[in-house]
Design a protein around this ligand. Structure first.
Ligand SMILES: [Zn+2]
Ligand SMILES: [Zn+2]
Length: 105
């Protein structure tokens, strides 16, 4: 574990980028990543055809018990941050992975 000097988040050693504030350990500054603005998607609920509401980002915590999914799943969740959208009408929740983001792993 290393600690981000900007926001004090704990970052895994093999990450070059702070998941919280985008501080780059290699460039020693916060990197701006365009197209990374959370909540900028326009998503309609397939059922109700109303716009789904952005309700924040969800990050899987390190050390989450993956159970039957095993190591592969654990590997995935350690790298993933999801955007959470909720349909205001039927309450359907959808997760979206910020696909425009490339982490320098
Ligand atoms: Zn940080
Ligand atoms: Zn809906």
């Amino acid at each position: 574990m290393k600690t981000c000097p900007i926001c004090n988040s704990e970052v895994e050693d093999h990450f070059e980028l702070c998941w919280n504030c985008n501080y780059s350990f290699t460039e020693k500054k916060i990197v701006e990543i365009k197209d990374m603005v959370p909540g900028s998607r326009e998503i309609n609920c397939l059922r109700c055809n109303v716009e789904m509401l952005f309700s924040g980002e969800y990050k899987f915590h390190e050390g989450t018990r993956a159970g039957v999914f095993g190591n592969l799943f654990e590997l995935l969740i350690k790298r993933q941050k999801f955007e959470l959208y909720i349909c205001p009408k039927c309450g359907k929740v959808e997760f979206f992975s910020p696909t425009n983001t490339t982490y320098p792993l």
